[in-house]
Structures are given as structure tokens and as C-alpha cells.
Design a protein around this ligand. Structure first.
Ligand code: WT7
Length: 650
């Protein structure tokens, strides 16, 4: 164990290694270090080459990057249209009949959308938006289920230079109203409802609730998806299909300035009002096209790609809509939950479409672990050749399970670290070039600079600390909508000249990066700074444990004590003392949880991140703070009850 003055202690040791296989390397885009070497020589020139090769411009840029800390501009003077890059260029190249989206509705209905059909719909909807008074520089709010119309609406905005602001369909009417008002959006695109767990969840009624107090909205477009009866306000509300039927099918893509606002996406953060993260056109498209191509080793002619995120999150923006379509890929888009009608729905879809690349979140993987290996075993998953993970640190055991039971032991796994703010993937293996270690996101991608710092801002070469980004990158956020000061304070003030991501990370003796979770979650036990991630990973490495959440609760003797909440694998049982000893064996006695609660579920945000702040409230017997981002409130109520009943042990 390292010295106790480390910013974050380094406890977990993982020695397993997975070099790229010969068969994967045979057709991989990158097998050696040449991209790294090139980018290390001159990262701006490297990104400029990617921009020129992967994206089509109607006018070239004159300046690659202008960096006035903390404000960056990329490809200044360049002009391009994102929807043209995602659609027209593929159709013009004769690939109009290629499938862009295999849409799978939750009830089992399907739609096959080719590039030509998608272009047609996007042009029509762009004209619909124009007809509703939307023009360059305006904002459009999108509040839709996971249906092709979500991509159509986003691309139509991009075509005419309006910025979209997508709000996840699971958010409340209040959250929607706040986001509409902050962005001062002109038009809202929504649906009657969408399918979820065998039922239609209403969206339009929620939207109506929000629209009571959103003076900037002048028109609402409603997609019919759920088939439920919804009120329509005359003069303001229009059916999507009515407007589309009358729309002009031709809408030329207008060249946009490289720094034209492409979208706003709100992140809640831990406190305060949601931040409207700003992403622009040329740099963002370059970043997502490049990362989607090389991290997922996309071969558009043969691959069937599936990212299970929702378009309401940045993953859906960058790796369902913009990256894959810019690369001309064929992908699956699934509307519903993973356990309808059965716990094998995802694997049934993989088999049905012959999915080759599957990108999901650790929280989902741990849920599949809980459901048992018999679910994936019901299906032929032999089409898969690459797996991805995003959203949280992936515990080594979850990585191994994914590798073995989904990837059949043959698929490389790319653990991709990035954020809403970074726009695209920053730290990840390149699957044909990087030897992976279960639980490590490995190295910064070519073109990305990342370093770990200690409390005083000194560079850490081995051990734990704070993850920082050392220079600008094309997909970086351009600011927070309406609040430049908050942008500077939040991301650029902790360490001079660097972007601080808010995450802890450690470097091992071979220079591999291991993400350790949010630094706000780091626990201080008798002066040792212990990351929740490492204790959780130690718990998950016990064969009976599917998922664990760990928090530090105030303790008179040790400052903080480790409290663990554990979910067991279906059918398994476990003894608290046994689990505590297991943690001690895996990473050391200092990390032994003081108390372990067994629970069938953990409190999570709607995007699947564990809400440790709430668990801290529970552990310290406090009233719960803000619970509006919680996906299922009953989970914490149950935990609170148990905490009140349980004797505290030692
Ligand atoms: C935060 C960003 C990135 C798109 C989805 C989430 C955590 C994300 C990883 C990973 C460890 C990860 C970080 C980051 N995170 N990917 N591969 N390993 N942690 O976007 O909601 O903006 O969240 O998610 O804590 O800061 P987001």
C-alpha cells in the first residue's frame, strides 16, 4: 500500500492482461503505435489531419486551434454541415440503400431506415422547423422516446443551424421546463408517449405540464408513438405526421461556421442548477467521427453496431447519432428496457440483427450478472467481435464476466472514459493496438493529453490523484450556456492551466490509467484516502456479489467509516463477516467495511450512476436531500428503514 499522504491511495492490484488477438489485428484499423507517435509530435496537426480526412468541409479552416485559456476554438474559418456529413455524403457515394437504423420497438415492432430514407425525413423535418419559424441560431427542445424521429429531429436542427437541446424522456415536467427556459427554446418536439416495460409512458401530458410556464415556446410537434389519447392545443400543437405529409422534400444543407453552436446538453452535476453544456460543429464532428472509427474499429461495410444508451444522454448524441452516422455505419436502435418481455431481450436482439459491436454501461453489465449466465446462453452471440463500456469505472470482475459470457472470450473490450463536457471519448484502448487490463481505461487516445496530479498540483507518475486534461481537444465543451464564469470556475480553477474532470485516477507501474470515481466520493479513513471504486471492486470480486456501493460515513474514531451496500447474484447468499474478510484479503484491512447492508437494488440516477450522496445521507441518518434525479425512490426508503433497524457493528 502506498504512503498515506497520497491524494488517493492505491489499493487494488490487477495483473490479468489481454493483448489484442492475431485474428482481431488482421483487419483492425490501428495495430501499432503510429497514431500515438504522430499525435505526440504535434497534436494540433494530428487533429487537423483527422478533420481533413474524416469530415467534408465546404470551406477550409485557416487556423487549427485558437486557445485563450479556458476558451478554445477549432478549425476557425472552416465551414461544413453536420447533417450533410452524416447523410448526403453517403447517399451521394451510392450508399443510399444501406441501412442506417434497425429500429426495434419495445413491443417488437420494427423499422428499417436506410440512409436515403433518413435523408428524406431529415430534409422534410428541416422544412417543418423552418415553417414553424426556426432559423439559424435558434434552440429547439427535444423530449422523445428512443425512436428514429429523435435522430431525425436532431439532424434537421443541424441542417438549418438551429441548436437542439435534448431532454431525456424519463425526466419530469419540472426538469423539462427548467431546461426549456434556460435555453429559451422556440419549438418543442415530443411524442404522445413511448413504450417502457410493456406499457406506454405518457410524454405529451408531462410536456403540457412544463409548457404552462415556458413563454419562449411557440409551437409543439408531437410524434404518434404510444397511440394514447393526448390533448392537443389548437394553434400551438401539431402532429408530426401531418406536418411531414405537407413538407417540401428538399432542404439543402446550409454551410455552418465550424464554431456554430450544434447543441446544448444539460448535466445536473451534484449541486445547483443544471449546466447547459455547449458543443459546436466542426471540432465536435471531427472528435466523434475519429473516436467512433478507431475506438470501435468500425468497418461500415460489415459491422452492425449497437450502443444501448438513450439519445437523451451525451453517449446517444455522440455514439448513436453523430459518430456512427458520420462514419456511415449500420446500427441497432432499441426503444425499451432490457427485461421486457424477458431478461434475455438484449441478447435476443444481438442474435436477431447479428450485432458485431456492443457498447453499454457497467451498471447494465452488473444487472446482467445478477440475472445469471443462463440469459445470454440462450442466444447465439457469435456475431460479436468488440465490446465497449462507458459511464462508470468497470470493476475487474464485471469486465471478466462481460468478456467471458458476452464476448465468448474472443472480443476485446474498450473501456471508454469521457464526459458530457468532453464531447467524445478521451481515454480508451485502441482494440487492435492496446493490451488491456480488466478495469483500466488504459491510455489517453492519440491527440488527448491527460495527467494525474496530487493535492499540490504536482505530476503523479505512479499512484493515485486527480485526473486532468493538459491541452484543448476539438470536441471539448465551449462553455456553459449563459454562464462563462461558472465554466471557468467549475473546470479550470482547481489546477492552473488544466481542465479538471472531477474524477480520481491512478497510474500503475506500467503507466495504465485506472479511474477511481468522483473525487467527492473519496473516503478518508484514519487518514487514508480510499476510493469507493476500489472497495466496490473488491466486493464485486466475491463470487456471490453482483453489485456494491460504498460510502464514507462520519465516525468518531476513524473520521469516516466505510459503509457498503451490496446486491447479491441471483440465488446466492453471503455472510457479512465473510465479505469483510474478503475485502481485507483483496485490498487490505484498512478498506474493510464497518457495516454491510444487503439490498436487492441500489439507488441510481436515470442514467444508471449510483447515487452515493443519498447513501451517505442514509448511513448518517440524515433526511434525504434532493432526490429528483433518482430513478426509483422506493429503493432508498427501504434502505432507510433497514439502517434505522440495524445494530451498528464493529
Ligand atoms: C462521468 C461523466 C461519458 C458518457 C456517459 C457519462 C464517469 C464515464 C467512465 C469510465 C470510469 C467513467 C466519470 C465521468 N465515467 N466513463 N469508462 N470509467 N468512469 O457522461 O454523465 O457526463 O458522466 O462519468 O466519473 O466524469 P456524464
Amino acid at each position: 500500500m502506498s504512503d498515506k499522504h497520497d491524494a488517493i491511495d492505491d489499493l487494488l492490484l490487477e495483473r490479468r492482461k489481454f493483448p489484442p488477438t492475431e485474428s482481431f489485428k488482421k483487419d483492425a484499423h490501428v495495430v501499432g503505435t503510429h497514431l500515438y507517435d504522430e499525435a505526440n509530435t504535434d497534436y494540433e496537426a494530428f487533429w487537423a489531419r483527422q478533420a481533413a480526412e474524416l469530415v467534408e468541409w465546404t470551406e477550409p479552416w485557416h487556423t487549427v486551434c485558437e486557445w485563450e485559456l479556458p476558451f478554445a476554438k477549432w478549425f476557425i474559418g472552416g465551414k461544413l454541415n453536420v447533417s450533410w456529413n452524416c447523410l448526403d455524403r453517403h447517399v451521394l457515394a451510392g450508399r443510399g440503400d444501406k441501412v442506417a437504423l434497425h429500429f426495434e420497438g419495445e413491443p417488437g415492432d420494427t423499422r428499417t431506415v436506410t440512409y436515403a430514407a433518413l435523408l428524406d425525413e431529415v430534409q422534410r423535418f428541416a422544412n417543418v422547423l423552418k415553417g414553424l419559424g426556426v432559423g439559424r441560431g435558434d434552440r429547439v427542445n427535444i423530449y422523445l422516446p428512443m425512436i428514429p424521429e429523435a435522430a431525425v429531429a436532431m439532424l434537421a436542427c443541424a441542417r438549418i443551424g438551429a441548436a437542439h437541446s435534448v431532454v431525456f424522456g424519463g425526466f419530469s415536467s419540472q426538469a423539462l421546463a427548467d431546461r426549456i427556459n434556460d435555453a429559451e427554446a422556440k419549438v418543442l418536439v415530443t411524442a404522445d408517449g413511448g413504450w417502457r416495460r410493456g406499457e406506454v409512458f405518457p410524454l405529451k401530458p408531462q410536456a403540457d405540464e412544463a409548457l404552462r410556464d415556458t413563454p419562449s415556446i411557440t409551437a409543439v410537434v408531437v410524434v404518434r408513438r404510444g397511440g394514447i389519447e393526448v390533448p392537443m392545443t389548437r394553434g400551438r400543437d401539431h402532429w408530426w405526421h401531418d406536418l411531414m405529409a405537407g413538407a417540401d422534400p428538399v432542404c439543402p444543407a446550409e454551410p455552418m461556421d465550424a464554431e456554430q453552436l450544434l447543441f446544448l446538453l444539460y448535466t445536473s452535476g451534484t449541486t445547483g442548477k443544471p449546466k447547459g453544456i455547449m458543443h459546436t460543429t466542426g471540432g465536435y464532428l471531427t472528435h466523434v467521427t475519429y473516436t467512433h472509427k478507431y475506438v470501435f474499429d468500425i468497418h461500415p461495410e460489415t459491422d452492425v453496431y449497437w450502443c444501448t444508451a438513450d439519445v437523451g444522454w451525451v453517449t446517444g448524441h455522440s455514439y448513436i447519432v453523430y459518430g456512427p452516422l458520420s462514419n456511415g455505419a449500420t446500427q441497432v436502435m432499441y426503444e425499451g428496457v432490457p427485461n421486457h418481455p424477458g431478461n434475455d431481450r438484449m441478447w435476443q436482439i444481438v442474435e436477431k440483427y447479428g450485432v458485431t459491436i456492443f457498447y453499454t454501461a457497467p451498471t447494465a453489465i452488473r444487472t446482467y450478472m445478477k440475472w445469471g449466465i443462463e440469459e445470454p446462453a440462450k442466444h447465439d452471440l457469435s456475431s460479436l467481435r468488440l465490446l465497449g463500456s462507458v459511464g462508470e469505472p468497470i470493476n475487474p470482475e464485471a469486465w471478466m464476466w462481460y468478456h467471458e459470457h458476452i464476448g465468448g472470450g474472443r472480443c476485446p473490450i474498450v473501456d471508454t472514459w469521457w464526459q458530457t463536457e468532453t464531447g467524445g471519448i478521451m481515454i480508451s484502448p485502441l482494440p487492435g493496438a492496446t493490451t488491456t487490463k480488466p478495469g483500466s481505461a488504459t491510455f489517453p487516445l492519440p491527440g488527448v493529453g491527460a495527467e494525474v496530479l496530487d493535492d499540490e498540483g504536482r505530476i503523479v507518475t505512479k499512484g493515485g490523484g486527480y485526473l486532468t486534461l493538459t491541452h484543448p481537444w476539438p470536441g471539448m465543451l465551449r462553455g456553459i450556456w449563459g454562464d462563462p464564469q461558472r465554466y471557468t470556475d467549475t473546470y479550470w480553477s482547481r489546477f492552473a492551466g488544466r481542465y479538471f474532470a472531477g474524477d480520481g485516477a491512478k497510474l500503475d507501474d506500467e503507466g495504465y490509467l485506472w479511474l477511481l470515481g468522483r473525487v467527492d466520493d473519496v473516503m478518508n479513513v484514519s487518514g487514508h484516502r480510499i476510493s469507493t471504486t476500489e472497495v466496490e471492486s473488491a466486493l464485486v470480486s466475491h463470487p456471490s456479489v453482483a453489485e456494491a456501493a460504498v460510502v464514507g460515513a462520519n465516525d468518531a474514531t476513524t473520521g469516516q467509516a466505510i459503509i457498503a451496500y451490496v446486491t447479491l447474484v441471483g440465488g446466492a447468499s453471503a455472510d457479512e463477516q465473510d465479505l469483510r474478510n474478503h475485502v481485507a484479503r483483496e485490498i487490505g484491512a484498512i478498506a474493510k467495511p464497518k457495516t454491510i447492508y444487503f439490498t436487492p437494488d441500489l439507488p441510481k440516477t436515470r442514467s444508471g450512476k449510483i447515487m452515493r450522496r443519498l447513501l451517505r445521507d442514509v448511513a448518517e441518518g440524515r433526511n434525504l436531500g434532493d432526490t429528483t434525479t433518482l430513478a426509483d425512490a422506493s429503493v432508498v426508503n427501504e434502505l432507510q428503514k433497514r439502517a434505522a433497524e440495524a445494530p451498528t457493528e464493529d
